[in-house]
Design a protein around this ligand. Structure first.
Ligand SMILES: Cc1ncc(COP(=O)(O)O)c(C=O)c1O
Length: 376
């Protein structure tokens, strides 16, 4: 028979694997990891993706999931159950807040949101049943940078786990486990896959025990990622380092341009000197600040609409972190489910626009933004 040795992993688009006989089946149970049985329990494509992300995050084991949301669910369930209490940084992706406040509370897991200024002194928020704190390395959408080393010291001191959503930073910029976090999650939908064609998540555990637990949750709740999506994401991941560098170069140039523009009231980008955590971002991010930034036009719906309509090459698409630039509107999309008071408190007003800067030529992006701002 012709010897077939593909350079890249083929797609194992199968829901089940076959066995020769009962002896071979017994080997599957006796020697875990040697064979596959059923794709929900494990598949070569999802395992490859999990292993690659695990290496990048320097974890003890990882599991990929059907979305970033199911990764967050897996991480929270790994450390808590009915009757427990979790803490969550107040500046967090709206979907994470909805999962905690609207769904997990119904299952008996209560949540308290911790304002950013209180993140490093948790005594007044921690109860005897508090199990974990969920925070983002760089918050969505206002790019607040969390000092993960300090936060890990504080969560250890009060005896709870630290779960970090590292979606905005990616492991190229920050590796939370090496700074003391217990678990890392990503919406793989974003930078890790990078091409706006996959919905996926990953949970990376800091210990072998936690890794076994998240794998168990993924299998039993059926949160697995399909072979094809795993393959696409693993393919995207190969260029992550290159992409992150270009995203960061472009975003810094655009942030500096917007900062000087008379129609722009405010810019949030950790690479700018005036950003409140600029020094921390520089240290924690190896000199790269990522591809996400937000800015505020006047707080007027028509001004926002005019700007969006005038952009010729940058679409309004409510996601982020793809190779091509897009804008989003946090108030009406990602943070829609927050109460008006929460939105107001976080500073997410009608004029705030989030820009996911791609890897195109910097001059082309600047030209499109400049002409659209003229229309505001
Ligand atoms: C920071 C962050 N975490 C998690 C998620 C959820 O990921 P997914 O949409 O892949 O479920 C998102 C989605 O935008 C996000 O921005």
């Amino acid at each position: 028979m012709t010897k077939i040795t593909p350079k890249t992993t083929p797609i194992y688009q199968t829901s089940v694997f076959t066995f020769e006989d009962l002896n071979e089946l017994e080997l599957y149970f006796e020697q875990p990891g040697q064979q596959y049985m059923y794709t929900r329990y494990g598949n070569p494509n999802s395992d490859e993706l999990a292993e690659e992300v695990n290496k990048l995050e320097e974890g003890a084991g990882a599991v990929v999931t059907s979305s970033g949301m199911s990764a967050i669910l897996t991480a929270v369930l790994a450390y808590s159950q009915a009757g427990d209490h979790v803490l969550c940084a107040e500046e967090i992706y709206g979907g994470s807040a909805a999962l905690l406040s609207q769904e997990l509370t119904r299952m008996g897991i209560t949540v308290t949101y911790v304002p950013s200024e209180e993140l490093y002194s948790l005594d007044s928020h921690v109860h005897s049943n508090t199990k974990l704190l969920l925070a983002e390395t760089m918050s969505n959408p206002l790019l607040q940078v969390v000092n993960l080393e300090r936060l890990a010291e504080e969560t250890k001191r009060v005896g709870i786990k630290l779960v970090v959503d590292n979606t905005f930073a990616s492991p190229v910029i920050t590796k939370p486990l090496s700074l003391g976090a217990d678990m890392v999650i990503h919406s793989v939908t974003k930078y890790l896959s990078g091409h706006s064609d996959v919905t996926a998540g990953v949970v990376v555990a800091g210990t072998a025990d936690a890794s076994e637990r998240v794998k168990q949750i993924m299998r039993v709740y059926g949160l697995n990622l399909s072979p094809f999506e795993s393959w696409l994401a693993a393919r995207g991941l190969k260029t992550l380092k290159l992409r992150m560098r270009q995203h960061s170069i472009n975003a810094l140039a655009i942030a500096e341009f917007l900062e000087r523009h008379p129609k722009v009231k405010q810019v949030w980008y950790p690479g700018l000197q005036q950003h409140p955590q600029h020094k921390l971002a520089r240290l924690q991010g190896c000199g790269l600040f990522g591809g996400m930034l937000s800015f505020r036009l006047e707080d007027n719906e028509e001004a926002v609409n005019r700007f969006m309509r005038a952009l010729e090459h940058i679409p309004f698409a409510p996601s982020l972190a793809g190779v091509s630039t897009s804008i989003s509107h946090p108030l009406r999309t990602s943070h829609r489910s927050l109460s008006p008071e929460q939105q107001q408190k976080l500073g997410i007003t009608i004029g705030v626009i989030r820009l996911s800067v791609g890897i195109e030529e910097t001059v082309d992006l600047l030209a499109d933004l400049a002409q659209a701002l003229e229309e505001v």
